[in-house]
Write a protein that binds this ligand. Structure first.
Ligand SMILES: Nc1nc2c(c(=O)[nH]1)N[C@H]1C(S)=C(S)[C@@H](COP(=O)(O)O)O[C@H]1N2
Ligand SMILES: [Mo]
Length: 421
């Protein structure tokens, strides 16, 4: 299992990333000092549909590997075989560009009370980019994979393991064939090193952990990765079977070779004992007003409330806005680009009175699943869902409660008068 001392190179790596990203991101507190984590520096990131690379969060555990792009090989293993080079990937297959809203499964972990340790993300670990690359289906079909047949695809990162844990994540082969890609460009630019250069997996609509960076092996098998199932040294199952599982305090999730249900919310509702973090739960964030300064409105004008909402594999069906901390709600309007597995923009004309108000958004997906209000007490576990709560869980994963993301806004009239709020 992972070593318990802080990784010394981490500090320098974070500083270098913040510098490259010119202040668009800032460091997030990591209790254990193990992860390289930076998230959107400003709430205003959540006003734009396309997230500039500079504002896109970064999250990984190990050092960024040293890369010689021309020597980089992706090995195809398990029930297929072969090696593909970067020029094979870029030149021998069709090229696609896919919009994907990536959210770290730990986004919202910092809102768990009591705290759960590890990286204390608020809502800053979410972003939408265009990823350009080669469809997994094109590569696998050329290597004889005809159909998904309940199989799994495991992607393995070439990052040097912190301790012995190989960074290996498995997704159903059906998902891999449906819409996943090996990406070498982000927003039309060469993939930055911290985002997985020279090549990474993109799993559209699923939590970030599934989108393995610095991919060096794609493995097709009947089962997801379990301990000892890879043909390489080290511990194999930590990232799939132990970490990134949703479970109550003090529980060790059991290893599964396969699960029938991958939808994270359905797993939470009871389909899987200790859910895996696969597709992202319905979520939204207000981008403006950002609460940083009082908003001055003309006497008969309105305040522009805008933000983003997403729901993993599912479409967002609506967003509601409350300007009184969740007492009453109005419908916002969805607008702008509408790509599957990428967030939607929303806006609301707020007829605001002078004073201090708590503004919050809540989204509903096409299956009628709405963001819960808050994160439960630690012992509630699945009962939380019946109270419109999100279940507090030991790893702090997949939280999508809306109350913790509220923003306090002070409204002034154009004459500068702000009544006590
Ligand atoms: N090889 C490798 N891939 C990885 C990780 C990692 O530690 N190693 N971190 C994952 C996690 S937890 C997240 S949230 C996403 C973040 O991708 P980004 O840094 O490009 O935003 O990368 C994923 N891919
Ligand atoms: Mo993550």
């Amino acid at each position: 299992m992972g070593i318990e001392r802080p990784r010394e190179s981490r500090r320098d790596e974070i500083d270098a990333i913040v510098e490259t990203k010119a202040g668009g991101v800032r460091e997030t507190r990591d209790e254990a000092d193990k992860y390289t984590v930076v998230g959107a520096a400003e709430r205003r990131t959540f006003v734009n549909w396309l997230t500039p690379i500079e504002e896109h969060f970064v999250c990984h555990r190990n050092d960024i590997p040293d890369i010689d792009r021309d020597a980089w090989i992706v090995s195809l293993t398990g029930q297929i075989g072969g090696d593909i080079s970067m020029s094979d990937i870029e030149d021998e297959f069709p090229t696609v560009a896919v919009a994907h809203t990536m959210e770290c499964a730990g986004n919202g972990r910092g809102q768990h009370r009591p705290e759960t340790g590890s990286v204390q993300w608020g809502f800053e670990a979410a972003a939408t980019a265009f990823w350009t690359g080669t469809p997994i289906s094109s590569i696998l079909r050329k290597h004889g994979v005809e159909s998904a047949d309940e199989k799994w695809m495991t992607a393995i990162g070439g990052d040097p393991a912190d301790g012995d844990d190989v960074f290996a994540r498995s997704i159903p082969l059906a998902k891999a064939l449906e819409d996943c890609l090996l990406a070498y460009e982000m927003n039309g630019e060469q993939l930055p090193r911290e985002h997985g250069y020279p090549i990474r997996l993109i799993v559209p609509g699923w939590y970030g952990v599934n989108s393995v960076k610095w991919v060096e092996e794609l493995r097709i098998t009947n089962s997801m990765v379990t301990e000892g199932s890879l043909e390489r040294p080290g511990e194999h199952a930590f990232w799939q079977q132990e970490s990134y599982r949703i479970h109550p305090e003090g529980v060790e999730p059991e290893t599964n070779e396969t699960v029938e249900t991958v939808d994270t919310w359905e797993q939470l509702e009871g389909a899987v004992d200790h859910p895996y973090t696969f597709d992202a739960n319905v979520m939204s964030v207000v981008g403006i007003p950002d609460g940083k300064a009082p908003v001055t409105v003309p006497a008969d004008g309105t305040v522009d409330v805008r933000g983003v909402a997403w729901a993993g594999d599912d479409a967002v069906s609506g967003v509601e806005i409350s300007t009184d901390g969740g007492e009453s709600w109005d419908d916002a309007e969805l607008f702008g680009p509408d790509y599957p597995r990428a967030w939607r923009l929303f806006r609301f004309d707020w007829d605001a009175e002078p004073g201090t108000h708590v503004v919050v958004s809540r989204a509903t997906d096409e299956l009628g699943r709405r963001q819960p209000a808050k994160i439960s007490e630690p012992d509630a576990w699945r009962d939380a869902l019946e109270n419109d709560d999100f279940p507090w869980n030991e790893g702090g994963y997949a939280a999508n409660a809306y109350e913790p993301n509220a923003v306090e806004v002070e409204i002034r009239r154009a004459d500068g008068i702000s009544s006590p709020g």
